[in-house]
Every structure is written in C-alpha cells, then in structure tokens.
Design a protein around this ligand. Structure first.
Ligand SMILES: [Ca+2]
Ligand SMILES: [Ca+2]
Ligand SMILES: [Ca+2]
Length: 309
C-alpha cells in the first residue's frame, strides 16, 4: 500500500512537474512580453520582482521617486528583519541627536528667546534693561531682530516729540519758554508792562489837541485791556490773549468833531515779547484843524512796535 501510494505519488509529482514545465514554457513568452510592457509600470515590476533578487535593483534605477517606496516595503520582508532593526536603531540615534540639539544650543542663537552672552536682548528678554537704563525718561524698550535694544518706544523730554507723560516738548530742556525742563507747560501770564524797543512813539496834531508820547504798553485782564504810557489817550479793549504765542487786537475811540481811534495789535513771539503795530485813525471834519489854521491837521498814523517786559 505504501509503495503503491508512493508510486502514484511519484507519477503525480512527475505529471505535475511536466505540467509546470509545459505551463512554464508557454507563459514564459507571455511573461517576456509582459515584462517589456510592464517596465514602465513600477507596481507590476515590483510584483514580478518580489521573488527575484535582481528585479528591485532595476526598478530602483528606472523610477526612483515612485519605486523607492514600494522597493523599500518589498525589501523589508524579503531581506529580512535585520534591515528593519538597523533602521530603527538609526532612528533612535537621530532622536537622541535632536535632544542634544535642544539642550546644547549653538552660541549665536539670536531670536531663540534666550538671552545669550553676546546679545543685548533676545525677544522679550531684555536682561533687566529699560528705557531709563538706556538714558531715556520712560517708555517701553524693545529688541530688534539683531538682538540689539530698540529704543523707538522710549521717550525723552527735550527730544521734540510729544511722548506719553509729557504735556509739551519744545525740543529743549530750557525753562521760561512756555515748556520747562520737565516738559510741563509753564504758566504764562500776558499781563505786565511792555517797553517799546527803540524810540518812543510820538505824534502831535491840531496844536497839541492830540498829543501822543508812548514808550510802553501795560496789559491787564490777560490783555483784555491795554493802556499806553506815559500818555494814555484811552484804554484799548480787546479779547484776552495768552503768551507765549497768543495774539491780540485792542482799540478804543474818542468821539468828537474829530473822532480819534487808538489801536494796538500784535502777537507774542515768546512769553515776554510781542510785535505788532500801534495805529492812530482820525475821522471827522475837525480833524483838518480848521484847514490847518490851528496847526497841522491830524492824519492817520501807523507805527511798527516791538515791546518786551
Ligand atoms: Ca539668544
Ligand atoms: Ca519727548
Ligand atoms: Ca523748553
């Protein structure tokens, strides 16, 4: 029974071998043509090449991009696990490398938010510095991309810029000019005695009926009232003004056969000095002083004035 079974088994095995042989010959032609066709397709080449060792090399050379993934996948099971273990070992080494990079940073790492020895600052790390420590009065100190202090947000009194905490900034630290050395507005009272620079204003007409001799003007009521001296024909009225940069226009009239109008107007050039004009206007029949019979007729006058206190 055993021998018979073995005999039958052999016959079957031979028959099978013949079938495989015949079958192998015929498809062989088909496979060749198939190989020729499938050269372009990476997937087919990979499948055919799986049993053979040489095929993966061909596929890798032909199509690096597409084939590389499938080749490596195929290579792992074919070649065995040692390769895979090697790969995992490599990846472990890489991970260790990343960790060491984080811990031991390069010396010049500007922008990493960590203040290094050769950096003035890094990000919001200012090393305790401030606008004040950089010589400014206040503000917010910044840090440039080059890890140097950015003082654009800092403020200083006297730099000409109106910064936070400054009521004024006239570009200097001088007091007495309306903005003091702490950038506070200085109180400026326009009232006072302003003496005319140069010769006094002098005018006479109608045989002294009008006689003006003025060397100073006195402001009161914040300039709402201005009187002249030593002669003061009439107090001149106007809107209050302010120093050091206000202006004013005051006037008053004395009605009569010859109406006299006295006016002074000007503007402050600093807190103690103003410049403008003093004007005399005469209207009326009697301003001719009876056609000159009573002295020179009164004619409008205009005097440039600069006065200071
Ligand atoms: Ca840094
Ligand atoms: Ca300023
Ligand atoms: Ca000043």
């Amino acid at each position: 029974m055993n021998e018979l079974a073995r005999g039958l088994g052999r016959a079957g095995w031979l028959a099978g071998l013949l079938v495989i042989g015949c079958g192998g010959d015929d498809p062989g032609a088909t496979t060749d043509s198939g190989n020729a066709t499938e050269t372009s397709t990476s997937t087919s080449t990979g499948t055919t090449g799986t049993p053979t060792t040489g095929t993966p090399t061909t596929s890798t050379t032909t199509e690096p991009g597409t084939t590389s993934t499938s080749t490596s996948t195929t290579a792992e099971p074919t070649t065995g696990e040692p390769v895979t273990s090697t790969t995992s070992t490599t990846s472990t080494t890489t991970t260790t490398g990343v960790d060491s990079t984080t811990t031991g940073r390069p010396p010049l790492a500007c922008g990493d938010g960590v203040l290094d020895a050769d950096e003035s600052c890094d990000g919001d790390q200012l090393g305790g510095a401030s606008c004040q420590s950089q010589g400014f009065d206040g503000g917010e100190l910044g840090c440039t991309e080059a890890c140097e202090f950015d003082t654009q947000g800092c403020s200083a009194c006297g730099d000409g810029n109106l910064d936070a905490g400054e009521a004024c900034d006239d570009g200097n630290l001088d007091a007495g000019d309306g903005c003091d050395g702490a950038c506070a507005v200085e109180a400026c009272d326009p009232d006072g005695l302003y003496t005319i620079e140069g010769a006094p204003v002098s005018y006479t007409c109608c045989a002294g009926l009008v006689s003006v001799n003025i060397s100073a003007f006195t402001f009161s009521g914040d300039g709402a009232t201005i009187v002249s001296s030593p002669s003061n024909p009439i107090a001149m009225a106007g809107e209050p003004t302010m120093c050091p940069d206000g202006d004013f226009a005051n006037e008053a009239s004395i009605a009569g056969g010859c109406t006299e109008t006295y006016a002074v107007e000007g503007e402050f050039v600093d807190k103690d000095t103003w410049s403008g004009t003093y004007r005399l206007t005469f209207t009326g029949a009697q301003c001719s002083c009876f056609n000159g019979m009573l002295g020179a007729p009164c004619v409008d006058q205009n005097f440039p004035i600069t006065a200071s206190r």
